[in-house]
Design a protein. Sequence first.
Length: 159
Amino acid sequence: MGKKRQSKSFAAQTAALSNEQLVQLVAQLSEALQQRGELRVPVSLFAAKLSPAEALVKYLKEQEKLRYADIARLLNRDQRGIWCTYQRAQRKQSAALSVPPSPHTIPVSLFAERKCSILEYVAHHLRGQNLSHRDIAQLVNKSPSTIATVYHRARRKLQ
């Protein structure tokens, strides 16, 4: 009987929610399920002066202490390309990458798919979390028009 009461109360609670609240609840639950055991990077990482690929590789190498081979496997890239990207990032910014905490994170596994660029995946993922182009632009330190462009490009590629 306890489970029936719980399910009835849950059903009553969800029936009282608006469509927008239900969408947000589903997005939060989905996000929580995806976070289990999956390596995630903060969105603020992409606000660095480095390119998105350089910032991602530098973060995985320095903060997560991953080897080039592990980064290459995670990102579905060639190990030599990862090494070159890290070296280029080091030339641009030899100091350690400082990444402020961010309420939004992105699963690294998202970048293993090679259909879109890293920034396109970031914009597409965050739009899926009901963030506006302006909000995403502030998070990644880009212009809203750039975010709109890369989002529409990603949407076209992923259809």
